[in-house]
Each structure stands twice: as structure tokens, then as C-alpha cells.
Design a protein around this ligand. Structure first.
Ligand code: TRP
Length: 479
């Protein structure tokens, strides 16, 4: 189905920008009418794929992003940095519930930094982390996968003065099935825990998922425990890590609840409406939930770990879509006498179909699950991973592939640690020496052992271990 459709756009390189523009507009209309008519998913998918491909060709031909109602301008190639050329990116949607963009390269993260008012993780910060820890920076830092921060310099200042900090991250347990994208923050958090040698708290928001999804409390709680096994399998040190389910811990911890109430008193409905887009018909559980995600940022929410110390600096590694929660937290913190948490933000892990959206556990074909077999991994990548390659071998050899939109290449930047190998793949694919099938094969061979290893580690996680991680207890660390 897909291949038949793709042939439609052969030869587009030869079209004029205006012809391409018209073709794109027609294709956009077609996608919309297929969706309205609730056409078959495969048909819609094929139409969307063609639309994406046309957008890439259009960008290549004009240097502009395609925008509905804005035909290519004369000076298209010179307006690359101008407003007209990138107006499209204003459509990026990034919030805790939805991530999408019209741009095949994915969300424009530099723009997000400006919009959210965070700071870029630049080379200077990466170098400083290397200097302070004495370790080679993780490839997620070297490659801009963790790309934005708040107050990381301050965290390092404190650390250099031999004062410690703690890590806080979390996961919303909406299903049993975790995919590779869910591992990104945990892989990185594990690295941070190792290089800084500091305690970590992991919040499993089973309460959040109950409020937002059509699930029972017991299902959410069970998913939390199951997800904890995948998190533990990442190799966290039980002596330095506390994992908790909100449903279990918040009710059992007077100090945690005191902080929740303090936060609730200092945020108005108007503010959360502005930050999260809640409306009058959202249940009150949702409206007050942000206070629960904020509370772990404060050390005295965990008296078994930090006693009554309320001033231990917190660092939160998370995907950028979680930032709204912590903008709110940072706003409240000084007003209730606590330090603001610092943050390290990651980009999203793209869906197999393309970087316009992130991987989603609810769409089995968009994701590679941690439970997938070697064969499933191979089939999904071969079948679904959006390719930046050309339609025929001849064209590919002649013009080369586009790594900026190629999902297999993007995944390799996450999972292939060897910088030299990755750079060689980039060059060979761009020049056309490396074909899409060969690139996919490299990704398959990189991912299969990583997932197999994860499955092996997860098998070793006993119920007893889960219980240990999830029991409130003192942790081992020097402040
Ligand atoms: N709300 C997050 C989710 O749905 C879970 C979460 C809670 C979290 N606390 C966090 C994520 C802190 C990152 C950091 O996945």
C-alpha cells in the first residue's frame, strides 16, 4: 500500500516550488478529508507519509517550511532564519498530554527553550559537568538529547562546595507496556546517580493515571509495580534509591502530605488553568494533581531519607513535556521557603512513523516495547521506521539520504554509543553510500541486544527486590 503511494512523489525534485506547494496543499486536503471520512487507518497512514515526504522535498527545494496559505516566496532560500520561514514551528504542541509538530525533523527545540524560558545545555555546561565529575559526559549530553536546563550551574556550584543534592524523576504508569522511549530518562538518571553518587527518588503517579485514564485504581497501582521492575532493571543502587507509588506513599507520609497542602494553598485555579489548560469541567482531582507531582522536589517530603532537612537541592531529569509541572513548582518554592528544583530536559523519543510525534504506548505500531522479541524489533523497524532515503537505489546513490528526518538514524543517536561509528553512518547515508535497508539493519543489530539485556535484567528483579526499593527507609549517602 505504502510503496504504491510513494511512487506518486517520484520526480518531485524536478518540480518548481510553486508546483510542489500546490501538490502539498492538495495532499493536505486529502489527508483531512480521509480523516473526516474516517477512512481506513492504512489509507490515512499512507496519505500522511506522502504528505511528510512532500514537505521534506519542499523544504529541500525552497529552504522554507511548508505553511498552509503561504506560497513559496521569491527570496525563500535567504529567509531561512526569518519569521516567515519558520512560522510553521509555532504549531509545535508540547505539553504533558500531547506532543506534535508539522515538521518532519521533529519539534524545534531551540524555539522551545525560548518559549519555556529555560537555558540551552551548551558545550560550556557539558565541559563543566565533565570537569566536576571527572567522567566523560554521557552521550545523551554530548549529542544534545538532554538539551535544556534550569539552574544546572547552580547545582554544580553547590556540588563543588561539597554540598550534595538529590535526584527526582518519575513515570506515569498508564500500562504494563513500557517502550524504549520510556527508558531514556532512567538511563540518564542512572548515569547521574553513578557519577555524582547521590540519592534518587522515583515517583510513580498511579493516582495521575487513574484521574486521566479509563482505568481502575487497582490497575494503575499494579502497573506502577510492574513498571518499577523495568526501572529497577536499569541498574539503580537499592541503597541510594527510593521508588514510590503515589497511592501507597502519599497517604502514609504526613510530611509529604503537608507539602502537598502547602503547595495547594499557593497556587490558584487560574494559574493551573493557564499552565495546564484545565477547564471548568475537569474533575477536581486533575486540578489539584500538580501539587502531588511538585511535592517530591522538596527534601522534607522524605523524612526517612533527609530527616527534617528542607533545603537540600533537587535536580529533576525529565522529558521537556513535564516542564509545566516544574515551572509551577519553581514559582511556589520560594514562597513556601524551599529551594527551587533544578532541571535537565530531554528531547522526545520519536515514533517509528516520524518525529512529528513521540512514541506512544497506546499505538503498538509506533513503538518498540521492552517486551518485544528480536524478530518483532526487526519487523517493526523494517516495516514502519520512517526513512529519509530516496525511493529508488539509483536516486539514493545519486542524491543521498536525509538523516534529519530518518527515524532509524535518530534512534541510533540514542542507542549507538560509539561517536565515530555514528559519524561514519551519518556521512555514508548522506552521501548515498549507505542504503536505507543497511541503515535499518544497523539499528536492528544495535537495539536487539540492548532490549534482550534489559529483559534479562528484568527477569532477575524479584518481588522481594521491588518491595525493598519501594519501602520507605534511610538511604546511604553523604551530604
Ligand atoms: N507525570 C509523569 C508522566 O506521566 C510522571 C512523573 C511524575 C514525572 N513525577 C515526575 C516525570 C518527575 C519526570 C519527572 O510520565
Amino acid at each position: 500500500m505504502l510503496i504504491v503511494k510513494m511512487t506518486d512523489c517520484q520526480g518531485d525534485a524536478a518540480r518548481s516550488p510553486m508546483e510542489l506547494y500546490e501538490k502539498l496543499t492538495a495532499q493536505g486536503d486529502k489527508v483531512r478529508s480521509l480523516k473526516t471520512a474516517k477512512a481506513e487507518k492504512a489509507e490515512i497512514d499512507a496519505a500522511v507519509q506522502l504528505l511528510l515526504k512532500l514537505k521534506v522535498d519542499y523544504k529541500q527545494a525552497t529552504g522554507q517550511d511548508y505553511k498552509v496559505g503561504c506560497p513559496p516566496s521569491e527570496n525563500s532560500l535567504t529567509s531561512e532564519n526569518g519569521l516567515a520561514a519558520d512560522g510553521n514551528n509555532g504549531d509545535d504542541e508540547v505539553n504533558p498530554w500531547s506532543v506534535s509538530t508539522n515538521n518532519a525533523k521533529g519539534v524545534d527545540y531551540d524555539k522551545l527553550i525560548v518559549r519555556f524560558g529555560s537555558s540551552k545545555i551548551d558545550q560550556e555546561l557539558v565541559d563543566r559537568i565533565e570537569k566536576v565529575t571527572g567522567q566523560k559526559p554521557h552521550h545523551f549530553l554530548r549529542r544534545g538529547i538532554f538539551f535544556s536546563h534550569r539552574d544546572m550551574h547552580q547545582v554544580l556550584d553547590t556540588y563543588e562546595k561539597h554540598k550534595s543534592f538529590f535526584l527526582y524523576t518519575g513515570r506515569g504508569p498508564s500500562s504494563q507496556a513500557m517502550h524504549v522511549g520510556h527508558l531514556i530518562p532512567f538511563i540518564f538518571t542512572k548515569w547521574l546517580q553513578d557519577v555524582f553518587d547521590i540519592p534518587l527518588v522515583v515517583q510513580l503517579t498511579d493516582d495521575e493515571k487513574y484521574l486521566w485514564k479509563d482505568l481502575t485504581l487497582e490497575q494503575c497501582h499494579q502497573f506502577a509495580v510492574e513498571n518499577a521492575k523495568d526501572i529497577i532493571a536499569c541498574g539503580f543502587d537499592v541503597n541510594k534509591t527510593f521508588i514510590f507509588s503515589d497511592l501507597d506513599y502519599t497517604g502514609a507520609s504526613p510530611q509529604f502530605y503537608r507539602n502537598v497542602v502547602k503547595i495547594q494553598k499557593h497556587v490558584t485555579f487560574n494559574q493551573v488553568k493557564g499552565i495546564f489548560g484545565f477547564t471548568d469541567s475537569d474533575c477536581i482531582g486533575k486540578i489539584s494533581f500538580p501539587a502531588i507531582q511538585a511535592a517530591p522536589s522538596f527534601s522534607n517530603s522524605f523524612p526517612h531519607i533527609f530527616g527534617d532537612k528542607k533545603d537540600i537541592q533537587c535536580l529533576i531529569p525529565c522529558a521537556i513535556d513535564q516542564d509545566p509541572y516544574f515551572r509551577m513548582t519553581r514559582d511556589v518554592a520560594p514562597r513556601i521557603g524551599y529551594p527551587k528544583p533544578a532541571l535537565l530536559h530531554s528531547t522526545f523519543f520519536p515514533a517509528l512513523q516520524g518525529a512529528q510525534t513521540k512514541m506512544s504506548a497506546s499505538d503498538a505500531n509506533s513503538s518498540i516495547f521492552l517486551t518485544d522479541t528480536a524478530k518483532q524489533i526487526k519487523n517493526k523497524i523494517n516495516k514502519y521506521a520512517f526513512s529519509g532515503g530516496k525511493d529508488t537505489v539509483e536516486e539514493h546513490r545519486k542524491y543521498g539520504g536525509n538523516v534529519d528526518v530518518d527515524v532509524s538514524f535518530m534512534y541510533l543517536t540514542f542507542f549507538l554509543e560509539d561517536d565515530h561509528k555514528l559519524e561514519k553512518i551519518r556521512q555514508d547515508y548522506t552521501s548515498g553510500a549507505l542504503l536505507t535497508g543497511e541503515l535499518k539493519k544497523m539499528l536492528i543489530e544495535t537495539l536487539q541486544p540492548i532490549i534482550a539485556e534489559h529483559q534479562e535484567q528484568r527477569k532477575q528483579v524479584t518481588d522481594e527486590m521491588v518491595k525493598r526499593f519501594m519501602t520507605p527507609r534511610p538511604l546511604n549517602f553523604n551530604l
